[in-house]
Design a protein around this ligand. Structure first.
Ligand SMILES: Cc1ncc(COP(=O)(O)O)c(C=O)c1O
Length: 426
């Protein structure tokens, strides 16, 4: 065990999971690659859990942060005007497509979802919330209560009354063989049944990830959320799209993941990639919902000048370089390459994804662990996940080049071939 790992084990919680048998310490990065403490270089297909959205050491982000540092002001608080917040809120309100949108900044995705749930329960005067099976929305009591993955729930304490819906679980036997349209119909029927049987009076909101992150990039067929929204609208139930992983063009086909369903939600929550590593999260919501709470509120560090400088520079970079189009282009190379390889690899049970957010479903958690070790050795960082621990999830920076996409695909396919051969030899 390395000296740092021993010190980590002594003072950090056991449940703070580390990747790899011999965990690595990343000490530097440039472009879409990082270097570990032993000097080994990796193509980064996990990007700090989808957070280093435009890669490492980006001059524009660095310059923006350095300009802010040079003013001597790292923090003032929201009791003073903050130009960076206003500028970023204007941009986010515009790209959200939400009418008369207003924005509140937080430090994390968890806090963003707490805020959205507060706004929804306040507006609807109800503690009843709908969420999706296999979801993950964060680590606070409210966020855990709408999380549907037992591995991430330590207890069932909940400030909310939650019912979980189908929609990203078509592997279940009752949905086997259904077309997209029939699966959507079955899910909508179930939603109506839940609303008829399991709730009382008004429901506040549905919260959903367009592509489930921790769930292993499982997702509803395009159009499901439009069909759900028709039912929700009949009862005035609000719709919150958790775009902590799916925002800013990552899915290639839409700037926010929910756009793939042709839906404009009432609120969008975001975090992770927006600050390209600097802590920033938030909610963009219909102005009437955002303005409604009667009590005053603030987030001390939320939207601080440094994170706003980084986030403004990052969002400008994404828009100026049309990284959504790049995600579509490079993601297609990888996803189609993986699907082609899967046809001859019996250990691969599925390939799914949109843009630069793609996953490979293996047969066993041990195979997923083996994949992690093999790709690490070959110089590529990936992530694990999924309800059953059998999904490999990957989401490189949106700045990935065509050459890097091809290189990464090669490493992934070689690792899968090795695992396939090992399984065949057993
Ligand atoms: C979809 C989604 N929502 C919310 C969160 C929570 O974000 P944070 O870890 O910044 O609190 C995550 C984190 O992985 C996430 O993937």
């Amino acid at each position: 065990m390395s000296e740092l790992l021993a010190r980590h084990r002594a003072v950090m919680p056991n449940w703070l999971a580390l990747n790899y048998h011999d965990p690595i310490e990343i000490v530097s990065g440039k472009g879409n690659r990082v270097i570990d403490a032993d000097g080994k270089s990796y193509l980064d297909f996990f990007a700090g859990i989808l957070t280093n959205m435009i890669g490492y050491d980006v001059p524009e982000v660095r310059a923006a942060v350095e300009r802010q540092l040079a003013t001597g002001v790292v923090h003032t608080s929201t009791v003073y005007l903050l130009r960076g917040q206003v500028e970023l809120a204007e941009k986010i309100a515009r790209v959200s497509g939400i009418p008369d949108a207003k924005v509140f900044f937080t430090n994390s995705g968890t806090e963003a979802n707490e805020t959205a749930l507060l706004l929804a329960t306040y507006a609807r005067k109800s503690d009843q919330v709908l969420a999706m099976r296999q979801s993950y929305h964060g680590r606070s009591f409210g966020a855990i209560s709408v999380t549907s993955n037992r591995s991430w729930k330590n207890n069932s304490l909940s400030p909310l009354n939650v019912h979980f819906l189908h929609g990203a679980d078509r592997h279940l036997v009752q949905f086997e063989g259904l077309s997209d349209a029939d699966y959507i119909k079955a899910c909508v029927d179930d939603l109506r049944h839940v609303l008829a049987t399991s709730v009382s009076d008004d429901v506040a909101a549905l919260i959903a990830e367009p592509v489930q992150g921790v769930g292993g990039f499982t997702m509803a067929p395009d159009g499901l959320f439009a069909a759900y929204k028709e039912v929700l609208d009949e009862q005035g139930i609000l719709f919150i799209s958790d775009e902590v992983q799916t925002g800013w063009g990552r899915t290639g086909s839409s700037f926010f993941g929910i756009g793939n369903h042709g839906v404009t939600p009432d609120m969008i929550t975001f975090a992770k990639g927006l600050g390209n590593g600097f802590a920033v999260g938030g909610v963009v919501a219909r102005g009437d919902l955002m303005d409604a709470p009667h009590a005053v509120g603030l987030s001390t560090f939320g939207g601080n000048p440094i994170s706003m400088a980084a986030a403004n520079a990052t969002l400008d970079y994404v828009l100026d370089h049309d990284l959504q189009a790049n995600a579509a282009r490079t993601g297609e190379i990888i996803i189609s390459g993986l699907k082609a390889a899967a046809e001859r690899l019996s250990v691969v049970k599925g390939v799914r994804g949109k843009g630069l957010m793609f996953a490979v479903e293996l047969e066993t958690p041990a195979q997923a662990g083996r994949f992690m070790e093999l790709t690490k050795r070959a110089g590529l960082l990936a992530g694990k996940g999924g309800l059953y621990g059998t999904a490999i999830r990957m989401a490189p920076p949106l700045t990935l080049t065509v050459e890097e996409a091809t290189e990464g695909l090669g490493i992934i396919v070689t690792a899968l071939e090795t695992i396939d051969a090992e399984a065949a030899a057993q």
